[in-house]
Ligand binder design. Structure first.
Ligand code: MN
Length: 306
């Protein structure tokens, strides 16, 4: 058997080096006035993952060999609130076993329950968060309810989190209000506009610098990735496609560097909406998981024996 794919290396379970979790909910997108469909994201993601990514990538050392990959299944609930609670519990369980969760949504509202699971790990110390997103996602709750535009406001309001450990990466001023940018800065968070990072060099290099800055004082970092950070010709299957944005190559490199960094404890991927566009965006989402896993394999190849 020389033609194994990454999918052949994934077994059911919640104990592994990387643990895939699906969050098939888009009620949070609907509450935010977006287009529904992301609830089909995890199922279609798994479909495209079954067609993408060789297990023995001849371009990469060590490739995926030696990496334990599991699929913890989908997390749902009778309401979005219950689904968030269940998701937080599942992510906490995986983290407690030493695995790195890779959570595929679903709407971006998943990111607060995911962050909350990391913040709740006993004795961890400060948590760093990078939101790779065209938007800031710091809108207030609507009628007291969380939605896909509110996860990072909920994070910044959480007393377990320090705003200076938050980076908004590749946001676009044309898609965010001044009030929300002021809010992030008022909480001591950092906004790295897309236009600004373009002046600094390739996005993946700037991203690595961001991880380095956070890792200096944070023992654990959460990387949250909204597919609408890509230009719409690269990833049209999202609720709110952008005219400009990151390229697919930059996105794959960012996922790889996130996987390879020893402090990255958690990754989530939001807003894949196959009802709007399925294949191009689905292959890209699968590619992000694959690149992340290659990165984790690189990270663990430096793990001391025993
Ligand atoms: Mn978002």
């Amino acid at each position: 058997m020389t033609d194994l794919r990454i999918i052949d290396r994934i077994v059911p379970g919640v104990s592994g080096d990387v643990v895939l979790i699906g969050f098939p909910e888009d009620e949070g997108v609907r509450r935010n006035g977006g287009r529904p469909g992301a609830r089909q994201g995890p199922a279609r993601f798994r479909h495209w993952l079954s067609r993408y990514g060789t297990a023995e990538n001849p371009e990469e050392e060590p490739g995926l060999s030696g990496l334990t990959l599991t699929d913890g299944g989908d997390i749902t609930g009778a309401s979005l609130e219950e689904a968030h609670t269940n998701l937080c519990g599942k992510v906490a369980e995986v983290l407690g076993q030493g695995g790195v969760p890779f959570v595929v949504g679903g709407g971006n509202d998943q990111s607060y329950p995911n962050a909350s699971a990391l913040l709740g790990q006993p004795g961890l110390g400060p948590v760093g968060v990078v939101n790779v997103d065209a938007h800031l996602d710091v809108r207030p709750r609507v009628d007291g309810l969380a939605h896909s535009g509110s996860p990072f406001r909920l994070l910044l309001e959480d007393e377990r989190f320090e705003g200076r450990n938050f980076i908004e990466f590749a946001a676009q001023g044309s898609q965010t209000s001044r009030e929300h940018a002021d809010y992030v800065r008022g909480k001591k968070g950092r906004i790295l506009w897309l236009s600004e990072l373009r002046r600094e060099g390739p996005a993946d290099g700037v991203f690595r610098n961001c991880l380095g800055d956070l890792a200096w004082r944070c023992p654990a970092v959460f990387v949250s990735f909204d597919l609408d950070v890509l230009a719409s010709y690269e990833a049209p299957g999202v609720s709110c496609p952008g005219i400009v944005g990151l390229s697919a190559e930059e996105a794959l490199a960012i996922a790889y560097h996130a996987g390879a960094h020893p402090k990255v404890a958690l990754f989530d991927l939001s807003e894949y909406n196959p009802a709007i566009e399925e294949e191009r965006t689905g292959r890209l989402a699968a590619g992000l998981f694959y690149s992340f896993c290659l990165g984790v394999a690189r990270r663990l190849s430096h793990r001391p024996a025993g």
